[in-house]
Design a protein around this ligand. Sequence first.
Ligand code: BYC
Length: 327
Amino acid sequence: MYSQGLINSDTQIEESQEFLDAFQARIDAEEKIEPNDVMPQAYKKMLVRQIAQHAHSEIVGMLPEGNWVTRAPSLRRKAALLAKVQDEGGHGLYLYSAAETLGVSREELTEQLVTGKAKFSSIFNYPTLSWADIGAIGWLVDGAAIMNQIPLCRCSYGPYARAMIRVCKEESFHQRQGYELMMSLAQGTEKQKQMAQDALNRWWWPSVMMFGPHDAESTHSDQSMRWKIKRFTNDDLRQKFINATVPQATFIDLKIPDKDLRWNDDKEGYDHGPIDWAEFWNVVKGNGPMARDRITARKKAWDEGEWVRDAAHAYAEKRRAEKIAAE
Ligand code: BYC
């Protein structure tokens, strides 16, 4: 849809210093870069990488939650979860559309995902073992996602920034439904409270890792921030998330599983214990506990949908032929 009428997205020009400086000046002046603008190939590549990974994460992220739709404990919870999972599907589609404006098709990106060439967020490599995990995902994972995505509403690339505005509004509903679910469990029976605590214990550290590697290990941050794709570093966003989430846990009387967590007056934020980066990189390399299941599920859906894509193409072709014949 978006790719119709694009003029310059594939224009290859010699990237002289003058051209690169002029592009940077537009970025520095907070101008939005639009699909028809000529842009450095490296800027385009950086965006395609991030937007594709983001889109895949939204789509793969439907799986751990979709797993609980049939087992939600009430009609109200089922309706809310179903709506949330549908929202994630929608987010994936806006993001694939945003990537299409950069000249890469949804088919190509999906092929990269199902063949293991493209990444998706580390967080969706973990299993959802109990109903409380649905609360923990909404509260922590969507909470982390909002922290990361609100600044993306100001990303220099117009289509990505605009897609993020609606995504963030919906993520905000998701975060609240997750926290409300955790609150109900935490204020329920002793067993329910234990379920909530167990979910927090398992999801806390993966959520903290979701923000990406420590700034010193982040390959893309410097350039991404110069181009105003990212507005904050991984560690800054991680710190903001921890600062916002600890009081929420205290309020519902759950304990963050970090014995080193304590308020630091000097930095006006919480100090936290060491992050298990070996676990993070192992997951990022595709060895997470649910990695194979997630890719198998996506591949199955992609293969089973082939006839629908073929039918849609055949119909579009027929309409085009009819239009030409009528002219
Ligand atoms: N998982 O240089 P860095 C959701 C990779 S879904 C896997 O710091 P960058 C939701 C990174 O790709 C929300 N890989 O990278 C859905 C790079 O490898 P490559 C998902 C990770 O891009 C359903 C390498 O590590 N959100 O909310 O500057 C239900 C070095 O990293 C991860 C987004 O995708 C990771 N966690 O910063 C509920 C947000 N972290 O590509 C909720 C958009 C890093 O060189 N993305 N890597 O091979 C971003 O903001 C940035 O891409 C990141 C990473 C902050 C994630």
